[in-house]
Design a protein around this ligand. Structure first.
Ligand SMILES: [Cu+2]
Length: 356
């Protein structure tokens, strides 16, 4: 414990001496136009001493089909809208999609550094300028730092006070002929993301890629149908499952159906698993044009006589900090804690990674 404290202090000191003038930037090597990237935004400090609670990232025209990576301790909001142009994505014309990502209700102390990852396709962009992602950090209700200035043609972004983070690009052709940067080795668009991850030393970036994909793929997760029903007091638990993860992927969803056969309301208040550093209760829902993924810190109500389904695309368990990726055909032991029924152990069978 003492060691941890000293270590944390050392980091804090280091960060505070170097971070004062640091701008929000992308960790990525240049990205080939036409390829996918886990764009990794680095936020080096808070607002003049105050912790950051919200990070709003505007996505530039040409960056399409964006998906944010979920982040423990932060709610994620996806704001959708129309693109100015339409883009070809695997033979499909894409005219609209996420245009802004907001990470909310988190806490990033001023002395610390963190990253926020948005996966997407660079469908169009000029290697001469790169793509600018105007970003705002909010600290409480009265302080913010804006990284929203876009350099005029020929202007050096270093001359700006609050330059928007720029995702650097290389032309689609340039690297195919082998004189591009390290990140541009893959001649196929599909390989660019992993080449990028490798180039950034990127266990993190690679995990980022698959982690978010898993989360948004909840809607497609398949129930292998092998869950052994559990009865605990008035509650009956059925249809539990999770899905297999890809190597290096730290995040996954879990699902189960809870029926309250009693006359008293109950509530799922928390979940834990030895196989995950943290398990949160989550909800994914559309609110108008906005898809929201948020943590339910007040728990999930299971009213008397009713059935509540935790299922793909809706309520779910969210496993964070998973050290060993869940393997298809195995089970994940989870303890669900209810207000009245107490702690209930369940074994979630692991279904296929791609379940549709
Ligand atoms: Cu979730």
């Amino acid at each position: 414990m003492k060691t941890n404290l000293i270590f944390a202090t050392a980091i804090a000191t280091l960060a505070s001496t170097t971070a004062v003038l640091a701008h929000a930037t992308f960790a990525n090597q240049p990205v080939k136009v036409g390829s996918y990237v886990a764009a990794t935004l680095q936020v080096p400090h808070g607002c003049d001493g105050k912790p950051t609670n919200e990070v709003q990232i505007k996505l530039p025209e040409g960056f399409i089909s964006a998906k944010p990576m979920p982040k423990a301790g932060w709610d994620v909001e996806i704001i959708a809208g129309d693109y100015q142009s339409s883009y070809d994505n695997h033979g499909k014309q894409v005219k609209s999609g996420p245009v802004e990502i907001r990470y909310k209700n988190g806490e990033l102390p001023d002395n610390f550094y963190d990253t926020f990852v948005v996966y997407g396709k660079v469908a169009a962009g000029d290697p001469a300028t790169g793509l600018a992602f105007p970003t705002v950090q909010l600290c409480g209700t009265d302080a913010k730092v804006a990284w929203d200035q876009i350099p005029a043609p020929g202007q050096d972004p270093h001359d700006l006070d609050g330059p928007a983070p720029i995702l650097k690009l290389v032309a689609a052709e340039a690297d195919a002929h082998g004189h591009g940067t390290h990140a541009a080795h893959g001649a196929h668009a599909g390989h660019a993301a992993s080449a990028e991850a490798a180039a950034t030393g990127g266990h993190g970036a690679h995990g980022a890629h698959s982690g978010h994909a898993d989360h948004m793929a909840h809607m497609a997760a398949a129930d292998p149908g092998e869950f052994a029903p559990v009865v605990a007091g008035d509650l009956e638990l059925t249809a539990g499952f999770t899905k297999a993860m890809l190597p290096g992927q730290p995040v996954g969803g879990g699902f189960i159906t809870i029926t309250n056969k009693g006359g008293e309301d109950d509530k799922l208040v928390s979940a834990t698993s030895a196989q995950a550093g943290e398990v949160q209760l989550h909800e994914m829902a559309m609110e108008g044009e906005v898809m929201k993924m948020r943590q339910l810190t007040d728990g999930i109500a299971v009213p008397a006589g009713q059935t509540v389904e935790l299922k793909p695309g809706g309520l779910h368990l969210m496993f964070f900090k998973v050290s060993e990726p869940f393997k298809e055909g195995t089970t994940v032991a989870v303890t669900l804690t209810f207000e009245k029924a107490g702690a209930v152990d369940v074994l979630l069978p692991v279904g296929p990674a791609r379940g549709n």
